[in-house]
Design a protein around this ligand. Structure first.
Ligand code: CA
Length: 519
């Protein structure tokens, strides 16, 4: 909102006793809000102002839920910052409402499609990429150089291939490979190789002496990647045949050629929008996340689900304070129990490190007006829209063909770990909201970035794909923004539009979630 705009404070629910200041740069003390309230303090943009007097110990309510309790009395018109609030305790995971909310009664959306690459397993790629799977971090340097040679020497001959992705990661032999939780990074790597954007092809590079042997990473019977009776397509760097560095590079490049030929022969065909597998997440959130970008993504999520597609929402610590909402929205009691199981497992995981979900919020979140994780969670979970939660996916698992609709893919909130796990789940397009601003991108999948504020969208005009700040500016409704995002997704999935992250080739690393010890 430009600074010449009249003062505006946004209240999310009629029962809230705080609102957030929408104006760029915040508002000075003495400003009179449209409802007549005078600000007692300067209130930064995105931060809360008390709409009524709040007694010491009184509840501070936003989204009609307690986001904190006042540590001292707070007069109407005061800036309600995080130092004035105690965080509400996390809701116990016992006695929750299980599958109590009826699924929305909405008509299916028909007639929406995109142009994608249909795979043998029925999944659909939005990009046509050569992936190089690796068993261990030791080979990452060699694979990086081989991938660069494939890009410069081979790719110009295969114009229908969109790129080469070296699936580098930090997994190494220090990992206690059979410890509880150690299966998570292994299955993550196994499933990422099967991402729809890689066309069901496998080119693997291993070292030779690693714990995660090729057969363990891609076991016999892994459909498509390891056809019956055929050897694993693996280049082992320690093979006696390799004499000198260039021999390794040459073999990787040579093995890439027939795969590139097959990928290059593929063409996009028109498929139903039900083939979208959208991963949504947020990073660098601010108080506008839950007002503009995340509600717009929620509206888009509803449209994708109505079109028969799949939407994954994740980020355990950022939905933990909304657990009651999630279990009540579960399609069945079994789904509700799975939500409780995943969040309970995660509580125990955090407890081992002597922290809880409150350790999630960053200095930037707080500077952006989010006082604590309870407030952040309310704004975060809105990304999931209003559909019934149809499935729950443990970290590193892959969606089965019949697991469509709204899915809670249980992952840490870390942007890179969440993105990596959503790729393993089978995501073919990613939607990422940010208020503070992050240049996040993934090599394996297009990432549509949505800014929560017009100020960020203006400054980062060639990094942000969508400006949801228009909602706070009064130029667009949440519903309109949801439809615009849905149409953009179909264009991006079809390759008709490239995201800014693709344009600049901004790629963050794959980051594995490994709850197991490292020796
Ligand atoms: Ca995140």
């Amino acid at each position: 909102m430009p600074t010449d705009r009249p003062p505006l404070a946004i209240r999310m629910h009629a029962a809230d006793n705080v609102a957030i200041v929408a104006n760029d740069g915040g508002l000075p003390a003495g400003t009179v809000l449209p409802d007549g309230l005078t600000l007692r303090d300067k209130v930064p943009q995105g931060h809360k102002v008390a709409l009524t007097d709040i007694a010491a110990g009184g509840v501070v309510r936003r989204y009609n839920v307690p986001v904190g309790y006042a540590r001292q009395s707070i007069a109407a018109g005061s800036w309600v910052h995080e130092r004035l609030l105690d965080i509400p305790p996390a809701r116990a995971l016992q006695g929750l409402p299980m599958a109590t909310v009826a699924a929305p009664d909405w008509a299916p959306l028909q007639g929406y499609s995109f142009d994608g690459f249909v795979n043998a397993d029925g999944s659909v790629g939005t990009r046509n990429l050569l992936a190089i799977t690796t068993t261990v971090q030791c080979v990452a340097g060699v694979v990086g150089i081989a991938a660069e040679r494939i890009r410069t020497e081979l790719l110009p001959q295969f114009p229908h291939v969109d790129g080469v992705v070296a699936l580098e990661h930090t997994y190494g032999c220090g990992v206690a490979i059979d410890a509880p939780g150690a299966e998570i990074p292994q299955r993550t790597l196994r499933h990422i190789s099967q991402n729809p954007n890689f066309g069901g092809e496998l080119l693997m590079v291993s070292l030779g002496c690693e714990k995660l042997q090729p057969d363990r990473l891609i076991p016999p019977g892994t459909i498509a990647l390891r056809p019956e009776g055929q050897p694993l397509n693996n280049v082992c760097l320690q093979d006696d045949a390799h004499v000198g560095f260039m021999s390794m590079i040459d073999e990787i490049v040579q093995r890439a050629r027939p795969i590139l030929q097959r990928l290059n022969a593929r063409r996009r065909t028109t498929v139903s929008a039900s083939k979208l597998v959208v991963g949504v997440q947020c990073g660098g959130s601010d108080a506008f996340s839950g007002v503009t970008a995340n509600p717009a993504v929620g509206a888009m999520a509803d449209l994708v689900v109505r079109a028969g597609g799949t939407v994954m929402f994740s980020e355990n610590t950022e939905v933990r304070d909304s657990v009651e909402q999630l279990t009540s929205r579960a399609a069945t009691p079994e789904v509700a129990e799975a939500i409780v199981r995943e969040l309970g497992w995660y509580d125990a995981y955090l407890d081992r490190g002597r922290v809880d979900r409150a350790a999630n919020t960053s200095p930037g979140n707080k500077a952006g007006g989010l006082s604590n994780i309870a407030e952040k969670a309310m704004g975060s979970v809105i990304k999931s829209g209003s559909a019934a939660i149809a499935h729950v996916l443990p970290p590193g698992e892959k969606l089965k063909a019949d697991q469509t609709g709204l899915v809670f893919a249980a992952t840490p909130a870390s942007d890179f770990i969440c993105g990596t796990l959503q790729l393993a789940a089978g995501m073919n397009v990613h939607v990422f909201t940010t208020g503070r601003g992050t240049p996040y991108g993934l090599a394996a999948c297009p990432v549509v970035k949505v800014a929560t504020r017009s100020d960020l969208a203006r400054r980062w005009h060639d990094l942000m794909d969508v400006n949801a700040g228009r909602i706070a500016d009064g130029e667009q409704t949440i519903e309109e923004a949801g439809w615009a995002l849905f149409h953009l997704l179909l264009d991006v999935a079809s390759g008709r539009k490239k995201t800014w992250a693709e344009h600049w080739k901004l790629h963050n690393a794959l980051v594995l979630f490994n709850p197991a010890p490292v020796t």
